[in-house]
Write a new protein. Structure first.
Length: 190
């Protein structure tokens, strides 16, 4: 099996790249944002099916591990896992799983509430067991902060990273104190 490829991005398609390695072009599906003609090194996950062999590339072993965890969930194949990883940043996704935030996972096109909840149920214990490095405290405040900001008209995907950062930096604060801080942070970013 191929474990890692290093080469130059020769072509960028919809969800895949052609990675040139010593004169051979490998079609590699990846959630990474890669640039044409850039020299990259990707950790490779090979998926063999009856009718195809596909290579999936990740810039970090953690990304590859997350992909493998997602595809271990029944009903989540490589295509859905890539869509999730392309839509939601790794830290945000791990936070959503750890805190039971199905709404964030369901922002991925093609992923509904049931699939998002299934991902949480099947992976939450794996995250708590040290499989992933999870830095945002799970004190129940993050979902409440997100709900409060959404009720004010902000989109979840626009505010989740900022909210996670505020909660991790202020683990003992309640939502009433975090909302004004979040609003100040948002207004400073515009």
């Amino acid at each position: 099996m191929i474990g890692k490829l290093q080469g130059i991005i020769d072509y960028i398609g919809d969800g895949f790249v052609i990675l040139m390695v010593n004169g051979v072009g490998y079609k590699v599906y990846s959630p990474e944002i890669l640039s044409l003609k850039s020299n990259v090194s990707l950790w490779i996950e090979t998926i063999v099916r009856e009718d195809s062999i596909r290579l999936f590339g990740f810039s970090t072993l953690a990304g590859q591990g997350l992909f493998n965890q997602l595809t271990s969930v029944s009903g989540v194949g490589p295509k859905v896992a890539l869509a999730i990883m392309s839509t939601i940043k790794t830290d945000t996704l791990m936070s959503a799983i750890a805190t039971g935030d199905a709404k964030t996972i369901a922002t991925t096109p093609g992923v509904g509430k049931k699939v998002a909840e299934k991902i949480i149920v099947e992976l939450k214990n794996k995250m708590g067991g040290g499989t992933f490095d999870f830095s945002v405290a799970d004190n129940g405040v993050l979902p409440d902060l997100l709900s409060a900001l959404e009720s004010l008209g902000y989109r979840r995907m626009d505010i989740i990273e900022m909210a996670q950062h505020l909660v991790s930096q202020n683990p003992d604060m309640d939502v009433a104190k975090l909302v004004p801080m979040a609003l100040k942070e948002i207004s400073g970013n515009k």
